[in-house]
Design a protein around this ligand. Structure first.
Ligand code: ACO
Length: 327
């Protein structure tokens, strides 16, 4: 039995932070950001009393509405996030409470920008095992909470948002999550991390003053690793499933940098018209980028029965992976 996606939805905060807005607070320019990354604007959740669970709850409610089911029917909620409301309880438990999914168990999964692919693979296994019939998989981030808005190297890249999917048993073995190849290499951990706030550097005046509670990265190094790993994994998944470029309906890549996306499409030999891109509007929303893309393709009616999708990601850890999904 395969796990099929039976509903998708996204939830973005209303406030828009444009490159022009950033020009006013940083030594940067719209031209630099657009040409290096492809980003024009990103969404920001400004309300300090709202966090990732608020965004994920919005996506979850919309998924239930679209599928026309009650929250009590959900068996499991997995939230992929690197910006949970709190270290504990999990953001997934807060979403479970907010939507009233009282028959579901719930947990967070920490896979950074690859979190959604890790979570989708995990959720699919519960369906494939036959033990669960309705699994909500959500990727959500309030990345603005991890940003140092005086650090132009990093803060221009990220935005806030959430999106997710409902997984259910496929009617046949021809649709759903067909293949997943996931990887990790902890040797890359120091190049992209937020050192503060965990048990190594708990919050003290010193750790806050040292800016350990902000996302920290070696952007150039991460770029080089990402561009190779995403292209390699995309080709690997294609070959493993006997697909050539003509068979692919859409590449749905993590949205970190438009140049990484273009390099991946080029290596796969597919036209940019078949690549889901929204980095210009949302920036990098980490675990939310891929489900936001899926929701937008779905809303636009571009996904029809039998569409072949390749999902690929790379992120902190390092983590990376690729999924072959048949709609
Ligand atoms: N505005 C203006 N100048 C800037 C800015 C900015 N916002 N940010 C950096 N610069 C400057 C730097 O200070 C540096 O100046 P220097 O040469 O005087 O020291 C210069 O621009 C660097 O320019 P480039 O080398 O052309 O920058 P590059 O092409 O490497 O692009 C970028 C930088 C966009 C950060 C790129 O390396 C990148 O996208 N890396 C991936 C990082 C990433 O996406 N991480 C997210 C998590 S992982 C993931 O999601 C894949």
């Amino acid at each position: 039995m395969k796990a099929a996606i039976t509903a998708t939805a996204k939830f973005l905060p209303d406030d828009v932070l444009t490159n022009q807005d950033l020009e006013k607070i940083l030594d940067t320019s719209d031209e630099w950001i657009r040409t290096r990354t492809g980003i024009r604007e990103r969404r920001i959740l400004k309300d300090p009393d709202k966090a990732t669970s608020y965004l994920c709850t919005g996506a979850a409610r919309s998924i239930l509405d679209k599928r026309g089911i009650r929250a009590e029917e959900i068996d499991l909620i997995i939230v992929a996030t690197m910006s949970p409301d709190m270290l504990f309880p999990s953001t997934a438990c807060l979403v479970q409470r907010n939507i009233g999914a009282l028959n579901a168990w719930a947990f967070d999964l920490s896979g950074a920008c690859s979190g959604f692919l890790y979570a989708l693979t995990t959720g699919a296994q519960f369906i494939e095992a036959g033990t669960h019939r309705k699994v909500l998989v959500i990727g959500g981030e309030k990345m603005s909470a991890l940003m140092d808005y005086t650090d132009r190297n990093t803060c221009v890249l990220f935005g806030d948002g959430a999106a997710g999917v409902l997984l259910e048993p496929s009617q046949d073995d021809e649709h759903g999550v067909m293949d997943a190849k996931l990887h990790a290499d902890g040797r890359g951990s120091e190049h992209l991390c937020m050192p503060g706030g965990g048990s190594l550097h708990p919050a003290t005046h010193e750790t806050v003053d040292s800016k350990l509670h902000f996302l920290n990265q070696d952007g150039k190094l991460v770029f080089k690793s990402a561009v190779t790993a995403m292209a390699d994994i995309a080709v690997d998944v294609m070959e493993h499933n006997g697909l050539d470029s003509d068979d692919i309906s859409y590449l749905v890549p993590h949205q970190a940098n438009k140049r990484i996306i273009q390099a991946t499409a080029e290596r796969m030999g597919i036209d940019m018209g078949k690549v889901a891109i929204n980095i210009d509007r949302y920036g990098n929303t980490s675990a939310a980028t891929i489900p936001i893309c899926l929701a937008e393709l779905d809303e636009a009616g571009k996904l029809t029965s039998g569409s072949n999708l390749i999902l690929v990601s790379f992120g902190a850890g390092y983590t990376w992976g690729g999924i072959y999904l048949k709609w």
